[in-house]
Write a protein that binds this ligand. Structure first.
Ligand code: EPZ
Length: 419
């Protein structure tokens, strides 16, 4: 099994870049099924989740290719509406394909994507939205069998689910008649999907607000598109810079997408400078605790940065309270941080983090992508060596994170552990 060996205690400094966001590229890949002409996505890092999504597209008959950071998808030849069980179980994001496949072929036969470490990950809001658009959906034996000609509708999301909003957007652009989504998710990745669809000839308005209006009957054409940069990877690098009392500049980080995180970093005493082309963090003294950190749908504090921020706060002066309001089981990193000397009490979705002067390196394991990134942050700040197991989960959302951190002066290398 691959692992990271990290010797901490050295401040990170220098410049890194933010690239195409995993959580923008995945829905854009799903949306390419709507198009009979080729799509080119530029600036896409080579992530495990992106590779798996390309496999899903190929299983439907699409042709895909990677040239460096650019992806090309040709869905003109796609004719399959059945998503292979093996692939859809392996890739939760297969559910993003339901709307586009149903819109393109009038039917879709998928299997329930599994839950994961951070929660059950139900898809009721996805199915509720597609049913509102006229899909007949039968759920049996773990399969989701959909069919029907889609027509526009007024839809109210019980919860502003990112994936469900994206699924409905993709299903609605070619439906007959207009669609309005109320209580829609407002994440930057929703705006990016709307921009992509509009570049392909759709008419989607209001993305980024709670009400999205989609004109149906779009005649879509291919395009070349640069997905927005990854606010979570950028945020992780800024937090690593702060945790190691360093000086890190992240090029192409989009401050407008990261206001909640930047506000908390400033509250903790970090020096943050926003430039037109990126963001710089500088830290030379001990952090201050933040009284409360509550994750919430955008523009609230992103759940995908909760673990990394907790790692930072373990070293702050004072006590911080962290509440995870989006996923029901996203505190697995707390126990691992405690093995490194952190003082954290977890009760359900609440963690009380009492800052300590120092963390010490330890052998730890990660159970989800963002927890793994958090353990890297802590290990870089800790005294001595840490070994982080299960780093294939980190590869899901980072393209060789060790290279990026090494270039900033981090002492990190990928090693092979005997099982
Ligand atoms: C997206 O997941 C992201 N993944 C997640 O990032 C991110 O944490 C999440 O949005 C919230 O921002 C991708 O974009 C690929 P949701 P998604 O639907 O769409 C509940 C990462 O680390 N819910 O907004 O699945 C759900 O259980 C990943 O990059 C339902 O109840 O998130 C959760 O509690 C992790 N029914 C809450 O809503 C549904 O039908 C938020 O889920 C759908 C969701």
């Amino acid at each position: 099994m691959e692992a990271y060996s990290i010797f901490g205690g050295k401040p990170l400094s220098g410049e890194a870049s933010a690239f195409g966001a995993k959580n923008a590229v995945l829905p854009l890949l799903a949306a390419s099924v709507l198009l009979k002409e080729p799509v080119r996505l530029t600036g896409c890092p080579d992530l495990a989740d992106v590779r798996n999504m390309l496999k899903l597209l190929e299983s439907l008959g699409c042709r895909t290719a990677r040239e460096g950071m650019d992806l090309t998808i040709e869905a003109g030849g796609a004719q399959e509406h059945v998503m292979p069980e093996s692939l859809s179980k392996q890739m939760r994001s297969s559910i993003f394909m339901l709307g586009p496949v149903l819109s393109r072929f009038g039917r879709a036969d998928f299997t329930y994507p599994g839950g994961c470490e951070i929660g059950l990950r139900p898809i009721d809001l996805h199915l509720q939205g597609l049913r509102a658009l006229g899909a007949q959906i039968e759920e049996k034996h773990g399969h989701i069998i959909c069919q029907g000609k889609l027509r526009g509708a007024a839809i109210h999301m019980d919860y502003p689910s990112v994936g469900a909003t994206e699924n409905v957007m993709m299903a609605a652009v070619c439906a007959s008649g207009d669609t309005v989504i109320h209580n829609a998710a407002r994440e930057p990745e929703i705006v990016d999907l709307a921009n992509f669809l509009n570049t392909c000839g759709a008419k989607v308005r209001g993305a980024g607000t709670g009400t999205i209006i989609i004109q149906g009957g779009a005649k879509l054409h291919g395009c070349s598109y640069a997905p927005l940069t990854d606010r979570i990877c950028a945020g992780t690098l800024l937090v690593a810079g702060a945790a190691t009392k360093g000086d890190v500049y992240v090029r192409d980080a989009r401050a407008q997408d990261m206001q909640a995180l930047l506000a908390k970093l400033k509250e903790a005493g970090c020096g943050i400078t926003v430039y037109s082309e990126g963001i710089r963090v500088r830290m030379s003294r001990r952090l201050k605790a933040v009284r409360r950190l509550e994750t919430a749908p955008f523009p609230g504090f992103p759940t995908d940065m909760q673990a990394q921020m907790m790692a930072l706060l373990t070293l702050a002066k004072g006590t911080s309270v962290v509440a995870e309001n989006v996923f029901e089981n996203r505190m697995s990193h707390a126990a691992e941080l405690t093995r490194m000397g952190a003082d954290i009490q977890v009760s359900g979705r609440i963690a009380v983090v009492r800052g300590v002067e120092m963390l010490t390196g330890a052998r730890v394991t990660t159970r989800d992508l963002r927890a793994g990134a958090a353990l890297c942050v802590a290990a870089l700040a800790a005294q001595g060596e840490s070994v982080i197991e299960n780093i294939s989960l980190i590869d899901r959302g980072h393209d060789h994170l060790e290279r990026t951190l090494s270039a900033l002066g981090g002492q990190i290398k990928r090693i092979e552990l005997n099982e």
